[in-house]
Design a protein around this ligand. Structure first.
Ligand SMILES: Nc1ccn([C@@H]2O[C@H](COP(=O)(O)OP(=O)(O)OP(=O)(O)O)[C@@H](O)[C@H]2O)c(=O)n1
Ligand SMILES: C[C@](O)(CO)[C@H](O)COP(=O)(O)O
Length: 248
């Protein structure tokens, strides 16, 4: 019984607009993927449960660069770096295929899926997700309360002023982060069920828990962490570079 993680790092980062793929962009002297991997590996859940196998999905032309970036972690974890796919879902599926094909990965009964685009997700959050899966919740996501008022609109292509349909009660809304944690059996089943849509950006799931929902299986939310914010734009990167309190 052990924990494995798939770390998605195969995106191009088109909205960030950097010359490097987003995962290799530096933040405070380390790349985003290195930050994310280190925080995953620093997590200690109950009974010293921790990530033993790490599969990283890389842009096809940057597999070696990402492997070099993480080379110093190989004394702590079994590391596999594989080419990702056309969508995030396809990249996770490629990571899972590599995981189960490796004898060390095949032993994992819990799998975390995490985004290199959330480099500062603290080890305490990672441990909270692992603990919730171990406590009997087969699909667990971190979520933070929504602070803006949320309205549903009726968008129309080319129309810049959109009609409001309703205001959604925000007390029942959570903005969902990663790492998301699953029993290996459920995550593999969810990806197999959703495989047909994996390569289509419009049809693929934006997160792994969404695939579990499509199976009709329950998904559970634990408290997220503001530090696990996603870096999408240059402004997000600048905010992530601001001084912040360290993990407990
Ligand atoms: N084909 C893809 C697309 C995304 N990702 C990963 O999924 C996470 C979330 O994606 P996002 O933040 O949207 O990253 P990009 O796709 O790189 O961003 P953009 O849409 O601006 O190009 C990131 O860690 C990214 O590397 C991936 O592994 N494979
Ligand atoms: C998985 C995720 O980070 C959860 O919020 C998010 O759905 C990724 O979305 P993206 O459009 O691939 O950035």
């Amino acid at each position: 019984m052990s924990v494995a993680a798939v770390l998605t790092a195969a995106g191009s980062g088109s909205r960030l607009g950097h010359s490097l793929p987003k995962a290799l962009v530096p933040l405070g002297g380390q790349s985003l993927v290195a930050h994310a991997a280190r925080n995953l590996l620093a997590a200690r859940a109950a009974g010293d449960d921790r990530v033993r196998v790490l599969v990283v999905t890389a842009p096809a032309f940057h597999v070696d660069a990402i492997a070099r970036e993480l080379a110093d972690l190989t004394d702590q974890v079994a590391l596999l770096v594989v080419a990702g796919g056309a969508t995030r879902q396809a990249s996770v599926a490629a990571g899972l295929a590599a995981l189960v094909a490796d004898p060390r990965g095949a032993e994992a009964d819990v799998v975390l899926v995490h985004d290199a685009a959330r480099p500062l997700a603290p080890a305490s959050l990672v441990a909270r997700v692992i603990d919730a899966v171990r406590d009997g919740h087969p699909a667990v996501v971190p979520g933070v309360p929504v602070t803006d008022t949320i309205k549903r609109v009726a968008p129309h292509r080319g129309v810049t002023v959109e009609p409001v349909l309703e205001t959604v009660p925000r007390t029942v809304l959570r903005a969902i982060q990663t790492p998301q944690g699953f029993t290996t059996e459920l995550l593999l089943r969810a990806h197999a069920h959703g495989a047909e849509d994996a390569h289509d950006e419009a049809l693929s799931a934006s997160d792994d828990a969404g695939l579990v929902e499509r199976l009709g299986e329950p998904v559970w939310v634990v408290a997220g962490d503001a530090r696990a914010a996603k870096i999408t734009t240059l402004r997000d990167l600048q905010v992530a570079d601001l001084p912040t309190e360290s993990d407990e």
